[in-house]
Design a protein around this ligand. Structure first.
Ligand SMILES: Nc1ncnc2c1ncn2[C@@H]1O[C@H](COP(=O)(O)OP(=O)(O)OP(=O)(O)O)[C@@H](O)[C@H]1O
Length: 242
C-alpha cells in the first residue's frame, strides 16, 4: 500500500533524510522511531506529499505521489505534528468542514462525523467550541479529522504526544484496531508504544534507517540487551552528539 524507495531530502547543506526505503501493507502498523532531529517528520511529510523529496520515489496504493499527488493524497489521512484547528468552530462543525474538503457531503458527512466522534471518544464535546477544549480533546479532534474520510493509509506524527496515560492507552488501542484494515505509519518517542501497537518498526538515526524489524526482532539486535529502550540507546546517537 505504501512503497518508499531511496528517499532523500536535503535542506541547504543538511541531509535530513538519506536513502530511506520501506513498505507498509494493509493490516500493518509501522512504528517510526529515532532521536530528535533524526528525520522522522521530514520522511512523513514526503510520504504525505507535503514535501517534495530531493530524490527517491513514493507510491500510495499503486499511485505515484510525485506524478499524481492529488490522486495519491486521496487515500491518505495525516495527523501532523502541531496540527492546526479552527478554534471558533464546534468540534462537529470542524469535522464537517474537514469532511467536505475531502469530498464527503450530505448524509455521508453526518455519518462520518458520528463515526469519528464515537471512535475518538469525542461525543461529549460534540457541540463545544474547539478553543474551549482541553489539550487531550483538542488532540483527539485533530486525530478525528485525519480519519474523517476513512482513508486506507494513515500517517500519524506523534499521535499520543501530550496525552494523559488513559488517553494514550485509548489512542494506542484505536491505532491497533484501525491497523487491522489500514496501512499505518506512526512516529513516537515512547518505545512501549511500539510493542503495544506496531507490527513492525524502523529506527532512523541522522536520516538513515539503522534498524527494521518486528518489535521482537529489534529487541534481539544487540547482544546482551533485552529491551527496546536499551537497543535504541545502543544504535542511535543523541542529536547533541556530533
Ligand atoms: N524546513 C526545513 N528547513 C531546514 N531544515 C529542516 C526543515 N525541516 C527539518 N529540517 C531539519 O531536518 C532534520 C530532521 O528534522 P525532522 O523534523 O524530520 O526530525 P524528527 O526526527 O521528526 O525530530 P523530532 O523527534 O524532534 O520531531 C533536522 O535537523 C531539522 O532541523
Amino acid at each position: 500500500m505504501i512503497q518508499v524507495q531511496n528517499l532523500r531530502k536535503v535542506f541547504g547543506s543538511k541531509v535530513a533524510v538519506d536513502d530511506v526505503s520501506f513498505s507498509v501493507e494493509k493490516g500493518q502498523v509501522l512504528g517510526f522511531l529515532g532521536p530528535n532531529g533524526a528525520g522522522k517528520s521530514t520522511s512523513m511529510r514526503m510520504v504525505t506529499g507535503y514535501f517534495r523529496p530531493t530524490s527517491g520515489n513514493i507510491s500510495i496504493g499503486g499511485v505515484n505521489m510525485l506524478e499524481e499527488p492529488e490522486l495519491a493524497k486521496r487515500s491518505i489521512g495525516y495527523l501532523p505534528e502541531n496540527a492546526p484547528l479552527y478554534s471558533d468552530m464546534t468540534v462537529a462543525s470542524f469535522l464537517g468542514f474537514c469532511a467536505e474538503i475531502r469530498g464527503v457531503t450530505g448524509a455521508a458527512k453526518s455519518k462520518a462525523i458520528d463515526r469519528v466522534l464515537e471512535l475518538c471518544f469525542l461525543e461529549s464535546v460534540r457541540n463545544q467550541s474547539v478553543d474551549t477544549l482541553s489539550k487531550g480533546y483538542r488532540h483527539r479532534t485533530c486525530f478525528a479529522q485525519s480519519i474523517i474520510h476513512d482513508p486506507e493509509v494513515l500517517i500519524l506524527d506523534e499521535p499520543t504526544d501530550g496525552l494523559d496515560p488513559n488517553q494514550k492507552h485509548e489512542v494506542r488501542g484505536l491505532i491497533k484496531r484501525m491497523g487491522e484494515t489500514k496501512a499505518i505509519i506512526f512516529s513516537t518517542h515512547i518505545l512501549e508504544e511500539v510493542e503495544a501497537a506496531c507490527s513492525r518498526a524502523i529506527i532512523i538515526d541522522r536520516g538513515k534507517v539503522v534498524a527494521d524489524g518486528t518489535p521482537d526482532q529489534l529487541k534481539k539486535l544487540v547482544p546482551g540487551v533485552n529491551s527496546l529502550d536499551e537497543v535504541f540507546r545502543a544504535i542511535t546517537r543523541p542529536d547533541t552528539v556530533k
